[in-house]
Design a protein around this ligand. Structure first.
Ligand SMILES: [Zn+2]
Length: 295
């Protein structure tokens, strides 16, 4: 079964859409307010005209000045809008994400500026996907990420952040940083994120019976016994955590290849960034528009 891929968002497409700061400003106006909308000042459904000399548009009816970048990441920046847009473009089109160094190189700004831009963009990405309970068949698997030391593999590695990954089969992936892997914590993650009635696949970390009485169908694979999938003929379900594990593999490989070190302080943002890219894969244009509409 081959999924037909949508055309990628090429560099050429980017510069055609956003040849200069002017085009970017107009785009922000369009996605935030619209070139025609009910004026907040005079209440008339009015058209707005670009004002020369200012990064503003004026109401055709009352002349009120509207600054489309007000209150956005672009408001107090000396970095040209087109560079911001291009940075967002890189986040969308680069499979493994963009490091501060890479942004610095590509945009020709200082490392400090590049790093800040990257963090701001991750913040925007974090606000894109609205919260919705996961449903259907959801795979759960925890991962230990970050930390400078290699530590021992798997559970209990020191200096690492524990994150629960949740993947709805055929749907979204979500992550949540958790303080530990105690029973109450694990059960809480499921209750917060997975719809009652859903089927849940985990490995043996989540003990049998942990979700009993909560309305889930829970299947476990015993990785310690080299068991990767179990077919249950009664429910016609195959329990496995293969999909969520693929997400973790990609995440870890990406962090290794792109970022030298991700601090636990910002782990949430990196996780959101990767989940976002994974959830909107093959839809680069849509991804870009989603982020820009969040400014
Ligand atoms: Zn007006």
């Amino acid at each position: 079964m081959s999924k037909s891929k949508l055309p990628a968002f090429s560099v050429r497409d980017f510069f055609q859409r956003f040849p200069d700061d002017e085009a970017c400003l107009t785009h922000i106006m369009e996605v935030r307010f619209g070139m025609k909308h009910v004026c907040r000042k005079c209440g008339v459904e009015s058209t707005f005209h670009r004002m020369t000399e200012r990064r503003a548009f004026a109401c055709a009816s009352c002349g009120d000045h509207l600054y489309p970048t007000a209150g956005t990441v672009f408001e107090d920046t000396r970095t040209p809008l087109q560079l911001w847009f291009y940075a967002i473009y890189l986040f969308v089109t680069t499979r493994h994400g963009v490091s501060g160094k890479e942004l610095q190189r590509q945009l020709g700004v200082t490392y400090k500026t590049a790093w800040r831009m990257g963090m701001k963009i991750r913040e925007l990405i974090g606000g894109v996907d609205g919260f919705e309970m996961l449903a259907g068949h959801v795979e759960l698997d925890e991962a230990y990420v970050g930390g400078r030391r290699k530590g021992k593999r798997g559970r209990g590695a020191e200096g690492k952040t524990v994150v629960m990954g949740m993947k709805e089969r055929g749907g979204k992936v979500r992550t949540e940083v958790i303080p530990n892997v105690k029973k109450d914590t694990l059960r809480g993650v499921v209750l917060r994120n997975v719809e009652t009635g859903a089927t849940v696949s985990t490995d043996e970390l989540m003990s049998y019976g942990l979700l009993e009485g909560d309305g889930y169908t829970h299947g476990r694979v015993k990785h310690s016994d080299k068991e990767w999938a179990i077919y249950d003929y009664r429910t016609d379900e195959t329990y496995s955590t293969n999909h969520v594990e693929s997400f973790w593999k990609l995440f870890k490989a990406s962090v290794r290849s792109t970022h030298i070190h991700v601090s636990s302080k910002y782990m949430d943002r990196y996780l959101n960034e990767f989940a976002f890219r994974s959830n909107h894969r093959d839809r680069q244009n849509a991804m870009f528009d989603l982020i820009v509409s969040r400014v």
